[in-house]
Design a protein around this ligand. Structure first.
Ligand SMILES: [Zn+2]
Length: 647
């Protein structure tokens, strides 16, 4: 099969997202053919998916379904009632590989086995959840809306079903999902919400797929029913569930990070279909406040291990960053929908920041191990922990394995976020070596992005009339230039877009140059955790230093000033990732610190001749692949060594 088979199944309605707002439309069917995103996709198909299938079988996710066919079912395996979602997320990813014909051997068998099981175990009324369907389960269906995750589970089922229908033309899962969705539409007509938002996005997509308005209305109702305090739990407070304040009145993103971002993404979907301006106002306010005060430099969201929660404004500790991988995925989903609703390029800037940092770091270089939380610093003693104390690096699987299959489905569909269209224009949202086709235009894009900022776009098939090619100029790219057939394009970037509008011919070539000097970043004065420290970035990539690459000094003793950072030499480390750019920096070493934890000021002068030491900064997303070691995104700067200026 090829991706050309992305056609609606018979009887499907397929509405265009955002039809109500008339804004930007997604452009699925882009094919990524080279570069880092292609490497990500191939690794997903050849390593992460086979590994995930193996882990799902071993952990009992498949057996949890098949046991329901037995007379006397053995007990449910696993602690959580939402383990079916790990199958659904995996199926969603598999739909892309099976649809494209890139799936490895055995993947089709797994897909068939699980789809057939789901068809068989679904209850007569449409209900489906292997935890609650067990006659011996401690709880009955719908008895525990705060913690049962039943609608969250339905959401992932719908998303897998829509992917299978669209990518493979296989409607079996869609029939299963609709039966459950219809039951839920009836059951929740009068009230009730799930403790874990997710189903909102899925219901809107099911509406787009089927044209059944009741799904959209229910999604909108789920957004607006929050804030009445109906979700109660013995451990978690109301804001954990975003149920303490009505969504439209939330002053700031809050509570459980993944819940918050899924809820906002679902609200953005409702906005796309209804054009509801008060919802847009609320979403914009929440987004702007989050970007200004609550997001890690990596795009990670969630500052607290406690409740997996978003913290207060400017509460962004490095070593205790939670920044769950699922929150990164949810944030990209939210960002993409805000872009569709508004055309705003800044949402895509955040999308790529998350993609290449907070999200990509969640997976090991070999594609078989995962971070659940993604700190920006590893202390030396934490790095030296034994496995028995809690592994210092990525793990093969988790008891709550929400992140690994979420990585799988997202890696599989990254091509859907490369481009979008608007009447008379194609918008390039992310740069990758790819083939981009709309009804009017067909072009090849070639680039070494994110390692270099040169992008070449060559027209294969030209539109008949004037047509615009809108190229995103990331906020970090100053002095971006473009040429058309070798001649300088005089248009200036406007609102993050450089638009080339003209009559086109096959063979026309646009070259975009996004300068990528090394950047040094500080932090807001209220952000105490990283005060006086510096972080290095280049293009969309945030860097870190691992102890492996600082042979002469502990990473905690390194001093890097702005001049040293900006003079970093570019190096290549293909052993870390194909084409990976590293930054070679001449750092200084700090004088020995005072022995006291809280020395009285002014501290004694411990200055000594500073030694210059060579260190290499590697892309943050590639840390933790060479054995445990201390790591820092934020390194000390020369003027804050021990409470007084050292220079
Ligand atoms: Zn997760």
């Amino acid at each position: 099969m090829t991706s050309k088979q992305v056609t609606p199944p018979a009887g499907a309605v397929r509405l265009t997202p955002g039809a109500a707002s008339g804004a930007v439309r997604p452009l699925p069917g882009v094919r990524i053919t080279g570069g880092l995103l292609h490497h990500f996709r191939v690794r997903n198909s050849t390593a992460t998916i086979p590994h995930t299938i193996e882990q799902l079988r071993a952990a009992g996710n498949v057996a949890n379904l098949s046991r329901l066919l037995e007379q006397d079912p053995p007990p449910y395996r696993g602690r959580y009632p939402f383990l079916d979602t790990d199958l659904y997320k995996t199926l969603e990813g598999l739909a892309y590989d099976l649809g494209d014909g890139t799936a490895e051997e055995g993947v089709r068998d797994f897909y068939e086995e699980v789809v057939c099981l789901l068809e068989r175990v679904q209850a007569g009324d449409g209900y489906l959840n292997s935890f609650f369907q067990d006659p011996a389960a401690a709880k009955k269906p719908w008895e525990d809306l705060a913690w049962g995750h039943e609608l969250y589970t339905l959401g992932h089922l719908i998303q897998a079903a829509v992917a299978a229908s669209r990518r493979m033309g296989d409607d079996r899962l869609l029939r299963v999902a609709r039966r459950f969705a219809d039951l839920v539409t009836e059951r929740f007509a009068g009230g009730g919400i799930d403790g874990h938002p997710e189903v909102e996005m899925a219901l809107v997509e099911l509406y787009r797929e089927t044209g059944e308005r009741a799904y959209l209305d229910l999604a909108a109702a789920f957004i607006d029913r929050r804030g009445s305090g109906q979700l109660t739990h013995s451990i978690f407070p109301g804001d954990y569930f975003q149920d303490h304040v009505p969504f439209r009145e939330l002053p700031s993103v809050t509570g459980h990070a993944v819940r918050m971002a899924y809820l906002a993404a679902g609200a953005a979907d409702v906005l796309l279909e209804t054009g509801d301006r008060t919802l847009e106002k609320a979403l914009t306010r929440l987004w702007d406040d989050m970007v200004a005060t609550k997001l890690y430099i990596t795009g990670g969201l969630g500052s607290r291990h406690s409740d997996e929660a978003i913290g207060d404004r400017y509460e962004l500790p490095s070593e205790r960053a939670y920044a769950e991988t699922c929150a990164a995925i949810a944030l990209m989903q939210w960002a993409w929908r805000m872009f569709l609703a508004t055309g705003g390029a800044s949402y895509l800037d955040v999308f790529e920041r998350v993609l290449y940092n907070a999200y990509a770091v969640g997976l090991s270089a070999d594609g078989r191990a995962f971070f659940y939380d993604n700190p920006l610093q590893r202390r030396p003693d934490h790095a030296q922990r034994s496995e028995a104390d809690g592994e210092p690096l990525r793990r093969a699987w988790f008891g709550c394995p929400c992140c690994p299959p979420n990585i799988v489905r997202w890696m599989a569909q990254l091509a859907d976020y490369v481009a979008a269209e608007r009447d008379g224009a194609v918008l390039i949202a992310q740069y990758a070596t790819a083939r981009v086709e709309t009804a009017e235009l067909d072009l090849d894009m070639a680039t070494g992005y994110p390692w270099d900022g040169d992008v070449r776009l060559t027209v294969r098939r030209a539109p008949t009339g004037r047509y615009a090619l809108a190229l995103r100029v990331p906020g970090w790219a100053r002095g971006a230039t473009a040429t058309v057939n070798g001649e300088t394009w005089t248009g200036e970037p406007d609102g993050g877009w450089l638009t080339v509008e003209r009559f086109w011919s096959p063979g026309d070539e646009v070259r975009l140059t996004l300068p990528m000097p090394v950047r040094a970043h500080g932090s807001h004065p209220y952000l105490d955790a990283t005060r006086g420290a510096i972080a290095l970035a280049r293009g969309p990539i945030v860097y870190c230093v691992e102890q492996h690459d600082s042979p002469q000094a502990a990473v905690d003793d390194l001093l890097v000033g702005v001049p040293e950072a900006l003079e970093a030499e570019i190096g290549r480390r293909d052993d870390l990732a194909p084409g990976a750019v590293v930054l070679n920096v001449t750092a200084r070493t700090a004088p020995p610190p005072p022995p006291e934890l809280y020395p009285e000021l002014p501290a004694p002068d411990t200055s000594q001749p500073e030694t210059q030491v060579p260190v290499t900064f590697v892309p943050y997303f590639l840390w933790g692949n060479r054995g445990p070691a201390a790591m820092r995104v934020w390194v000390r700067t020369p003027n804050t060594t021990n409470g007084k200026k050292a220079t």
